[in-house]
Design a protein around this ligand. Structure first.
Ligand code: HEC
Length: 283
């Protein structure tokens, strides 16, 4: 094996994460002075660049690789021998960037996370209810699906987003996603676009991407799944969407729902043609 074993890597990473925490603190201190936004952005970009050499996401890729290859579940099969994430069973190279896509066997447009959950239930025999009980990372807990998504996403590093918008099924879901971003409701009458529909919007120190532009949508999909410094956990695009429903004071969608796939389809298609840099680091 070329890579060092996960434990050893982990020790090294933890040292780095200590530094990261200190840096995160210094960035948030900067952020308290509203005028220093640009400086905070620049600082974050700098240490993200520094971190890219020893990206904590790699830990989860390794974990995901183990899970992908292991025979598991009531049916005792591996995902490697049973799960098609867009290019055929077991083919991962470049699969992440051609999702969300239509899967005839499920008769649904699915993003990678949703597809992996589908494979775990349909092929391995896991129960959806068990997987959906705690779908996102918190504290020391990382769901298996998160590691699996990170592993699959790692195989599309430096490839161009190419969600198949020419497929009418994908087009339909894209249009729904677009409509959802404009749909206002909830106690504050917010839509996604209230916060993400024009350039230069900020909440506290966060630069809110304008999802209606290719560059804004690119920001929305780039770096996910991502290691989030706030909380120190690995999170997926599915989590990001759920968390924004919370920001919007909407009820959170059910795990791997049509709604979230539609939003991810909208953003990914808008970002088509841009290069995906792989699982990343998020503020
Ligand atoms: C009340 C304002 C608000 C609303 C409404 C809102 N968001 Fe967000 N969104 C945020 C904030 C704040 C962040 C950044 C949070 C962070 O980084 O900690 C964010 C981050 C994101 C990101 C990640 C950007 C990145 O750099 O990775 C995406 C994608 C996103 N939102 C999409 C949506 C979608 C889709 C909706 C509608 C379902 C939505 N948001 C509704 C405030 C909002």
């Amino acid at each position: 094996m070329e890579r060092s074993p996960p434990q050893q890597t982990l020790a090294g990473r933890l040292a780095i994460l200590g530094t990261l925490g200190a840096l995160a603190f210094s960035v948030s201190a900067v952020a308290q002075q509203e005028l220093d936004h640009a400086k905070a952005d620049a600082e974050f970009a700098k240490f993200r660049a520094e971190m890219e050499d020893s990206n904590p996401a790699e830990l989860f890729e390794l974990k995901g690789e183990e899970l992908w290859k292991a025979k598991r579940g009531p049916k005792n099969v591996s995902l490697a021998e049973s799960c098609d994430v867009g290019l055929g069973v077991g083919k991962l190279e470049g699969a992440y960037v051609i999702n969300p896509r239509y899967y005839p066997d499920a008769d649904k447009v699915m993003d990678v996370e949703r597809r992996i959950v589908w494979c775990m239930t349909e092929k391995q025999g896991f129960k959806f209810g068990d997987i959906a009980k705690k779908p996102f990372a918190s504290g020391n807990y990382t769901p298996e699906v998160t590691s699996l998504v990170t592993f699959v996403a790692g195989h599309s590093r430096n490839m161009k987003f190419a969600a198949p918008i020419k497929d009418p099924k994908v087009r339909e879901v894209y249009e729904i996603g677009k409509e959802i971003t404009a749909y206002r409701a909830g106690p504050y009458d917010f839509s996604c676009n209230t916060c993400h529909g024009s350039d230069g919007k900020r909440i506290r120190m966060q630069n809110l991407p304008n999802l209606s532009t290719p560059e804004g949508s690119l920001k929305g999909v780039m770096g996910w799944p991502g290691y989030r410094m706030t909380g120190g956990v690995m999170l997926t695009s599915q989590w990001r969407m759920n968390d924004c429903f919370r920001q919007q004071r909407f009820p959170e969608p059910k795990y791997v729902s049509d709604t979230v796939t539609a939003l991810l389809t909208y953003m990914t298609v808008n970002a088509n043609g841009y290069t995906y840099k792989g699982p990343g680091i998020k503020r």
